[in-house]
Ligand binder design. Structure first.
Ligand code: SF4
Ligand code: F3S
Ligand code: ZN
Length: 106
């Protein structure tokens, strides 16, 4: 599962489409190690296997697919492209089968 303390244990290494990207070791992301995308709505790309329930169920369309060719779990990921629109319903956290998503209610 995603580390809920990632804001303390991970390092911000990049910004991408308006949100942060974090890795556990502070190293740049690679094809095989994509890190966590987002902050308020965070998706661990290295756990996401493209189930898609988060995209289907989010009432305000926070997520968009992005391509991650060569990643061992899946070659698309649910990117929290509109995390600023999140209404903290927690549905995505509940439906993800691999607990790849962490939402910090504000
Ligand atoms: Fe969407 Fe609700 Fe998840 Fe926020 S908590 S990203 S509103 S499903
Ligand atoms: Fe990925 Fe979980 Fe969504 S596996 S596509 S974050 S439901
Ligand atoms: Zn992203």
């Amino acid at each position: 599962a995603i580390d809920p303390e990632f804001e303390d244990t991970y390092t911000e290494v990049d910004r991408h489409d308006g949100h942060r990207v974090w890795t556990p070791d502070g190293e740049e992301t690679t094809q095989e190690k994509q890190g966590i995308h987002g902050t308020h709505v965070a998706v661990d790309f290295d756990i996401c296997l493209a189930d898609g329930a988060c995209l289907e169920d989010c009432p305000v369309d926070v997520f968009e697919w992005v391509d991650t060719p060569g990643h061992p779990e899946s070659e698309i990921k649910a990117d929290p492209a509109h995390e600023d629109q999140c209404i903290d319903c927690m549905l995505c956290v509940d439906v993800c089968p691999v607990d790849a998503i962490d939402v910090d209610p504000s």
